[in-house]
Design a protein around this ligand. Structure first.
Ligand SMILES: NC(=O)c1ccc[n+]([C@@H]2O[C@H](COP(=O)([O-])OP(=O)(O)OC[C@H]3O[C@@H](n4cnc5c(N)ncnc54)[C@H](OP(=O)(O)O)[C@@H]3O)[C@@H](O)[C@H]2O)c1
Length: 264
């Protein structure tokens, strides 16, 4: 196993479950010190206890709702003062609700943008000055294939992830001269609790179950790319191929792929 992550400081938002918790475990296994953030402090404390019983790394957990930008500012200031240096920030906190645009409640729309977009930007803003100054670092934004290809019943969620990709692409160019790597991660459906909220009726999970990605696999792909100059991680390969064809022939693809797009 490579020791690239040994003694590096890694911050992960949304680390209390799903791919966030899996990435945390892999980083700890590779010797990284961790700052784990989420709203469920109890789950973070359990994860910390489990990881520290297996790996000798420093782990600091803190309750944080990334959509509360004042809280982001306060918590990140505390973290920076405590650990001194941030090598990697993984902006992973996020959620979706699958509904047609006319059914989406304003609360949900603001909620999704607040966490997936504004929260991600707030956390990123807190590490940029230090990374620019140290002339190194890696910002990893967990977006989605939904950020490349919108589908019915995910107008709002797709819009948040398109926003994440736009932000990420600009940030990558802004930070290139400071030697800070910026990576977008665009997975297709992953077997996590994400769908407890996103897919209330279970229709989507039923339709796509056979090709859902395992969270351990997605986490491994992300952790393997840490501190490497990787522009994007797109999973699975066939879905990425679909996104590329869609970008080239969107009208044709929407007509031919109508059935495939209507899985929610
Ligand atoms: N599952 C998929 O099919 C899929 C596909 C593509 C992309 N993604 C993206 O992958 C990321 C992780 O999702 P997942 O599949 O691992 O889902 P998950 O199991 O539901 O985990 C989501 C994590 O985000 C945290 N979170 C949610 N709202 C938050 C908030 N306001 N502030 C801080 N943390 C918050 C949750 O912790 P607390 O509840 O404790 O706060 C949890 O740890 C998300 O950005 C999601 O959009 C998921």
């Amino acid at each position: 196993m490579s020791d690239r992550l040994k003694n590096k400081n890694v911050i992960i938002t949304g680390a209390s479950g799903g791919i966030g918790a899996q990435m945390a475990a892999l980083c700890a296994e590779r010797g990284a010190n961790l700052v784990l953030l989420a709203r469920s402090l109890k789950k973070l404390q359990e994860l910390k206890a489990d990881l520290q019983s297996r790996f000798s790394v420093d782990i600091f957990v803190h309750k944080l709702d990334v959509s509360d930008t004042d809280e982001v500012s306060a918590v990140f200031s505390e973290i920076l003062a405590r650990i001194g240096r941030v090598d990697i920030l993984v902006n992973n906190a996020g959620f979706g609700v699958f509904r047609e645009a006319h059914e989406a409640k304003m609360e949900e729309i603001k909620g999704m943008f607040g966490v997936n977009v504004v929260g991600l930007m707030a956390c990123t803003s807190m590490v940029i000055p230090a990374m620019r100054q140290q002339k190194s670092g890696h910002i990893i934004n967990i977006a989605s294939q939904a950020g490349k290809m919108a589908t019915p019943k995910s107008s709002v969620y797709s819009a948040t992830k398109h926003a994440v990709l736009g932000y990420t692409n600009s940030l990558r160019m802004e930070l290139a001269d400071s030697n800070v790597i910026v990576t977008a991660v665009n997975p297709g459906p992953i077997e996590t609790n994400f769908f407890n909220i996103a897919d209330e009726k279970g229709t989507y999970v039923k339709n796509v179950k056979r090709y859902m990605l395992k969270p351990e696999y997605v986490a491994l792909k992300v952790v393997d790319a840490m501190l490497k100059p990787v522009r994007e991680i797109n999973l699975p390969g066939w879905m990425n191929a679909g996104s590329i064809v869609y970008a080239l022939f969107p009208g044709l693809f929407e007509r031919i792929g109508k059935r495939m797009f209507n899985q929610k």
